[in-house]
Design a protein around this ligand. Structure first.
Ligand SMILES: Nc1ncnc2c1ncn2[C@@H]1O[C@H](COP(=O)(O)OP(=O)(O)OP(=O)(O)O)[C@@H](O)[C@H]1O
Length: 242
């Protein structure tokens, strides 16, 4: 479970997160929508403490994330994060990319880490590419490896920040399928995405951000058919006509 309480974040004079309160119970899949610049990525980065916050508190499974230090590194492992860019090590094979996290963070030996990595690569449908290098895989395949790498940390929650926006259209679905399976398996997920199909089919809840605030928080059905605020109506009007 993720709990953000009264979180504020400034970049200089810019108030980017304004008193954000958000609780994501275990197993819930929340899609975060909102116009560009509304603070979606900053919220993800704040939850993972990649971005320090100015005030408020963020906790994962009841444990508040500290601002820094060794404890932060351990707790950050509880929060798997998948970004738009895959950031795989080019000179390491696919299985080695996934093995690194358990070896470094969980201190498991290489045989055990390889087994974990192979199981996860199986889960994301890439096991047959395990000995290739990232450059030999398509973007969609690389993103599935990045998901396996995040899962190798045994995270309690997963954050996705526009995981499909750098992909060719024909590769988007294969990544969304992996995410949908994760959702069905009960992973707690916060997903920033422009994929409305995923939001409608796989999410339990839509949170709509505008100008650093959460202005709507509802079921996907309600959000798409009965948006309450002009800001959400305006946003939906723009994206659904694209
Ligand atoms: N490192 C930074 N330094 C200064 N300002 C920043 C920084 N990162 C983000 N911002 C600003 O904070 C605001 C929120 O940005 P953020 O990336 O969280 O929005 P977003 O909703 O994720 O947008 P997008 O959909 O375009 O990715 C924007 O005005 C952005 O310019």
């Amino acid at each position: 479970m993720i709990k953000a309480a009264a979180v504020n974040k400034y970049f200089g004079d810019l108030h980017v997160l304004k008193e954000i309160n958000l609780e994501v119970p275990r197993g819930q899949v929340v899609v975060v929508l909102g116009p560009s610049g509304s603070g979606k990525s900053t919220l993800c980065r704040a939850i993972n403490r990649l971005e320090p916050i100015n005030s408020g508190e963020i906790a994962v499974d009841g444990v508040p994330l500290p601002a820094e230090g060794k404890a932060l590194a351990a707790l950050r492992a509880d929060v798997g994060m998948v970004f738009q860019s895959f950031n795989l090590f080019a000179h390491k094979t696919i299985v080695e990319n996934v093995m690194l996290a358990p070896m470094k963070v969980r201190k498991v030996n290489s045989a055990e880490a390889r087994k974990t990595a192979m199981d996860l690569l199986e889960r994301v449908g890439i096991a047959n590419q395990a000995d290739k290098y990232p450059a030999q895989l398509s973007g969609g395949q690389q993103q599935r490896v990045a998901i396996a790498r995040a899962l190798a940390m045994r995270p309690k929650v997963m954050l996705f920040d526009e995981p499909t926006s750098a992909l060719d259209p024909e590769m988007v679905q294969e990544v969304l399928d992996v995410m949908t399976t994760l959702a069905k398996d009960g992973m707690t997920m916060l997903v920033v995405t422009h994929e409305m199909g995923f939001a409608r089919r796989a999410a339990n809840r839509v949170v709509f951000m505008s100008d650093g605030e959460i202005v709507e928080d509802s079921t996907p059905d309600d959000f798409f058919t009965k948006p309450k605020t002009d800001r959400a109506k305006d946003f939906l009007g723009k994206i659904l006509t694209h």
